[in-house]
Ligand binder design. Sequence first.
Ligand code: ATP
Length: 275
Amino acid sequence: KNFAVTEGGGEATVSFDDVGGQATAIKELREALDFIKNYNRARHLGIRPLKGILLTGPPGTGKTLLAKAAAGYTDAVFVAASGSEFVEMYAGVGAQRVRRLFQTAREKAQQSGKKNAIIFIDEIDVLGSRRGKVTSHLEYDQTLNQLLVEMDGIKADDTVHILVIAATNRADLLDPALLRPGRFDRQVRVELPDREGRLEILRLHTRNKPLAADVDLAVVAKETFGFSGAHLESLANEAAILAMREGLREIHHRHFVEAVEKVLLGDKLDRRPTR
Ligand code: ATP
């Protein structure tokens, strides 16, 4: 099983400018990441290394995007995995995968001559739910234990500094052991965007799209209460598709209006089961 690896500084670099409507989350994340950027100063002051950041909030709000931007910001290699990838029927497989994930991150950083590696674990709740609960399976416990072992093993003088960024929509399910100092001791809330935030995201996702003069994105932002960044990205794409179907070379306001309905409908039709 190979983990998705991308390098900060490569062509797919994501920056915080690509993330809309998340000013507070970006500010908090930057403050934490500055410890890594000014690593020698932090170490000189005896500040213990930052090992884990937990991003919490609803689906599609940009948690993965923020983690990638964090890798760009700290010039780190980016290795991604999802909590569900660690869940296996056979004891020990999940734990072994966790070990491999950390190994991969170290190797990739060394290969590309980088000092930092960011490991992103999406849906951390799948493997990091409270241990010892009736519903909790033995295998999950071993996997979670291995993650804790790996994080506890991160040292200030490691040649490659590893930062684990994890994401969840269900922070309430997490084992408290994950949240202890030296583990995921920083939490950053990633909320649904407000009207201004939605406008920012709409601007980002229409950057490379030809808009007719009648398009008023502020009105679209106003009419999309409750939409996530992922919804808005899909909205912009749907609007462009509608324009193309009509054989037009520009997207008009009515296409956005129609696309709002489509996105709402699509969301109802293929809504993923909520855990
Ligand atoms: P999940 O919890 O479902 O994994 P997530 O919070 O990690 O979701 P992303 O995967 O980052 O969300 O978002 C999916 C896509 O939606 C992004 O690739 C991007 O195109 C768009 N998107 C989401 N949030 C934002 C945002 N704040 N700014 C710009 N685009 C966004």
